[in-house]
Design a protein around this ligand. Structure first.
Ligand code: AMP
Ligand code: MG
Length: 321
């Protein structure tokens, strides 16, 4: 059994006061957003932000997303607010869309991974919103997992990965979206999608997708291994997952299944989903469940590359390595 998680608290007035006090003292706070749990620190406080990198084991050149309570608060972190950013913020904030813009000179470069640009977002989750308004500081907050691990979609995942390095975790229950925000370069005339999310290219209108080489230069985080549990992950085409699981069982390894179908006898049923949005919500928790269940390989059924399905398949392919 896991040890008692005494830094996990309800997001009531008392919990929020503890979280604000920790952030004002330069410490780290886990909090729910609609995408995944974030590991927050005061974005303007260099040593607080340095703690995020240390706690996660995150490479120093992988920049953080800065969270704000609304678009009126971009001033201290963004240098130039573009017409495109204004349109996207009006259409999608609060929500799972991150905008990359030129960074304000007073924003510590540890927050931007050394870049002259900054990624900003206004999350649409009542706990994140209340925290951001109460704390009154922009919060740098990457996903609250150890670097390379599946992102956390429940408060317990944060404690499992980060333990005492996080002072307080606000428990807002499971995250409603389950995959990280869409990241868009909003400095030009058309949105450039740097990372897929539940807000799609089609939603953004006239979006361009950058080539792999450009994306790697523009969005350093996408170059690192991600989302990987300690067991092997195998992706199976729709309708073939149970059969794949059955075949792998013949190789003498314990097999888990995440699929729309039930598991065949002898295969561990890890999670069942009905569609891409449902898999998005469940995927990261399912990868952690597969680990704890001690399976050697978890077979995950692919979803169609449309809507949120594109983001899910992106994450799944990286988890599979
Ligand atoms: P995470 O918060 O862990 O989901 O990761 C943040 C993602 O946003 C990573 O893929 C980063 O590379 C990307 N990102 C953050 N800041 C920037 C930036 N200034 N330019 C491009 N991508 C960024
Ligand atoms: Mg992350």
């Amino acid at each position: 059994m896991d040890p008692p998680l005494d830094n996990v608290v309800a997001p009531d007035a008392h919990g929020l006061a503890r979280a604000c006090a920790a952030l004002w003292a330069g410490e780290l706070v886990g909090f729910p957003t609609e995408t995944v749990y974030g590991l927050g620190a005061d974005a303007m406080d260099e040593s607080a932000v340095a703690r995020i990198f240390a706690a996660k084991g995150r490479p120093a050149d992988n920049p953080l997303i800065v969270h704000l309570p609304d678009a009126e608060h971009v001033g201290p972190v963004v240098d130039a607010w573009t017409p495109l950013a204004r349109r996207l913020a009006e259409d999608f904030w609060p929500g799972p869309l991150t905008l990359v813009l030129d960074a304000a000179s007073q924003l510590p470069r540890v927050t931007t991974g050394g870049l002259a640009t900054v990624a900003v977002r206004v999350p649409d989750h009542p706990v994140a919103q209340t925290l951001l308004w109460d704390v009154g500081r922009p919060l740098a907050a990457p996903s609250a997992n150890r670097s390379g691990r599946p992102s956390p979609t429940e408060a317990a995942h944060v404690s499992q990965d980060l333990g005492d390095a996080v002072r307080v975790v606000l428990d807002g229950g499971p995250c409603p979206v389950g995959v990280e925000s869409t990241v868009v370069d909003a400095r030009g005339r058309v949105p450039l999608v740097l990372r897929e999310g539940s807000i799609t290219r089609e939603d953004l209108g006239a979006a361009e997708t950058v080539t792999d080489g450009d994306r790697l230069r523009a969005s350093p985080g996408t170059r690192y291994r991600h989302y990987a549990p300690t067991c092997r992950v195998a992706v199976a085409a729709a309708g073939t997952a149970a059969a794949t699981a059955h075949r792998l069982m013949g190789e003498g390894v314990t097999v888990g299944l995440v699929a729309t179908e039930p598991p065949p006898p002898g295969v561990v049923g890890v999670a069942r989903f009905v569609d891409a949005a449902d898999l998005a919500r469940q995927l990261y928790a399912a990868l952690r469940t597969a680990e704890t269940a001690g399976v050697g390989v978890v077979v995950v059924e692919a979803v169609g590359e449309a809507g949120v399905g594109r983001a899910v398949m992106d994450r799944l392919r990286r988890a599979a390595g």
